[in-house]
Design a protein around this ligand. Structure first.
Ligand code: ZN
Ligand code: ZN
Length: 529
């Protein structure tokens, strides 16, 4: 057991460090370790503080090529202290991983990896003994330490192997070196199965090599090799679902192979990730994604996915312009009405609306829009004829005097949602709907759906409108008795007009409004929301 004096002094030193006084706490730790050279607490503290001082010295001279001499001496003395700690407590995993960390920072990668393995083996073999050393950590903290050391080791190895792979200009020798690097990369992935970067290094080097080789001569094995690489990349992205590096590699490879649909899908999957890994840990080559912090690095990666999506779009555009006959384009822009109706029935079971009836209405009246009488469901093409109809056919509910008071003309609105549509016949004489413009079709297709709100079924919507309208009509009738002095009538009139407004919406628009595929038409004039 260590005496209470050491414990109390160590506690004060830790507090000093926590408050940011690294130099002062280091001085006290040195004094403590000099007095008690065989105290585990003292030497651990000493090692930990030299480590912090080295990192601090590096940060202070960040950007300069040369390693500050101060950092080097702190690392050396930190190693000495932790080696002493290791000899005092050889079965302490915390000390082993702290030493691994220090060794990695000292660019002693082989020794660091050996020390890391020792720590992980101790962890795996048994629950680590509780330790009184100030570097004792929770399992979570230790896992983070492992990850930090692993990232550091893998980043170094990845950089080294990339240099090996392209270090010689003579083709024959380069091939040999590339193969050697590839072998070592596969080995690295096995040694660090939790590292996305280690996992991606092999496929990345292989692709680099294939690209370089294909510039020299057409390799007959090219497409086969590419196919195998795609499988490998898909596997890597599955193993590391939160790695944007794995997603980017896979998406780019798919694009190169001409599989644009899957490439696009992978881009969108990556862009929607809730917890993407910080690219500093997995980007390949190491350091290819720069940025002050995790957020700015992630937004750089987001830009790369958008670049790829742009490329896919450009490809599609040039395919449309250069590779499609006008018949093919026309068929792309057309849909048979019976097929459309089948689709409608699949999403809207309850409503007996049919696209063909909407189309025949359009043929007859040259308008997609109709006003529906709430008392008998007769359709009208103008509000004026609707009111006339109501007064004439439903004289008990709608008083004639209404005609003298109400101006039934509602400002005509453009059918902007449906202006780009044509009704025509296809080659087999089926009724079809054709878009005049490709962009117009995509605009309608990709209208942002209203999210977070469940729309009523169409027939329920109709019933509600109908009962609301009936109620309004009754109120109007009652109030008509008091006209022209009763003011609330004007109010009721305007409410009535608003109630009728919803009915004005053409039925075909409602088809677009089904909950699962509703466009946001709130900013178009046909909206009734
Ligand atoms: Zn020092
Ligand atoms: Zn009617």
């Amino acid at each position: 057991m260590e005496d209470g004096d050491i414990t109390a002094r160590a506690k004060r030193i830790v507090e000093l460090k926590r408050d940011g006084h690294i130099a002062a706490s280091l001085e006290k730790a040195e004094a403590l370790a000099a007095e008690h050279p065989r105290s585990l607490t003292a030497v651990c503290l000493q090692g930990d503080l030299h480590y912090s001082a080295a990192i601090g010295a590096r940060a202070a001279t960040a950007g300069s090529e040369e390693e500050p001499a101060d950092a080097e001496s702190h690392l050396r003395r930190g190693r000495d202290a932790l080696l002493m700690a290791k000899s005092l407590a050889p079965d302490n995993a915390d000390i082993a991983v702290a030493l691994a960390d220090l060794l990695a920072e000292s660019s002693m990668y082989l020794e660091a990896e050996a020390e890391l393995r020792r720590a992980m083996d101790m962890d795996a073999a048994a629950a680590p003994k509780s330790s009184q050393s100030p570097v004792s950590s929770t399992p979570r903290e230790r896992r983070q330490s492992y990850e930090r050391v692993i990232n550091r080791l893998v980043a170094h190895e990845a950089g080294r192997l990339m240099d090996v792979a392209k270090s010689d200009d003579v083709a024959a020798k380069r091939k040999l070196q590339a193969l050697q690097a590839l072998k070592e990369a596969r080995d690295l992935a096995k040694r660090f199965p939790g590292s996305a970067r280690a996992r991606l290094l092999g496929p990345f080097l292989e692709l680099e090599y294939m690209l370089a080789a294909s510039r020299e001569h057409k390799d007959p094995a090219w497409s086969k090799g590419l196919e195998r690489l795609v499988c490998d990349a898909v596997g890597a992205a599955k193993e590391f679902p939160n790695s944007t590096a794995a997603a980017l590699f896979q998406a780019r490879l798919l694009f190169v192979c001409g599989n644009h649909i899957d490439a696009e899908g992978e881009c969108h999957r990556a862009l929607a990730l809730k917890h993407p890994t910080d690219p500093v840990e997995d980007c390949i080559p190491t350091g290819s994604i720069r940025g002050q912090d995790s957020q700015s690095r992630l937004s750089s990666v987001t830009g790369l996915f958008h670049d790829l999506l742009d490329k896919i779009l450009q490809f599609a555009e040039s395919f449309w312009e250069n590779c499609l006959t006008s018949e093919k384009r026309q068929s792309f822009l057309s849909v048979r009405i019976d097929a459309l109706e089948n689709e409608c029935r699949m999403v809207e079971h309850s409503y007996d609306f049919s696209v063909s009836s909407a189309c025949s209405f359009f043929k007859e009246h040259k308008s997609w829009r109709s006003w529906v009488c709430l008392l008998c469901s007769a359709k009208h093409t103008s509000t004026r004829s609707l009111l006339k109809h109501m007064v004439k056919k439903h004289s008990r509910s709608v008083l004639r005097r209404l005609l003298d008071i109400v101006d039934p003309t509602v400002e005509p609105e453009s059918d902007c949602l449906l202006e780009g549509l044509l009704l025509c016949k296809d080659s087999e004489n089926h009724d079809t709907i054709c878009f005049k413009e490709r962009d117009e079709m995509f605009r309608l297709l990709f209208l942002e759906p209203n999210r977070g709100e469940v729309a009523k079924p169409v027939d329920k919507f109709h019933q509600d409108q109908q009962s609301q309208g009936t109620l309004l009509l009754e109120n109007i009738k009652k109030n008509m008795a008091n006209l022209p002095t009763h003011k609330s009538t004007t109010y009721e009139m305007s409410r009535c007009a608003n109630g009728a407004k919803a009915e004005r919406e053409p039925s075909i628009v409602r088809i677009f409004r089904h909950p699962s595929r509703k466009p946001n038409v709130a900013n178009t004039p046909t909206s009734s929301a």
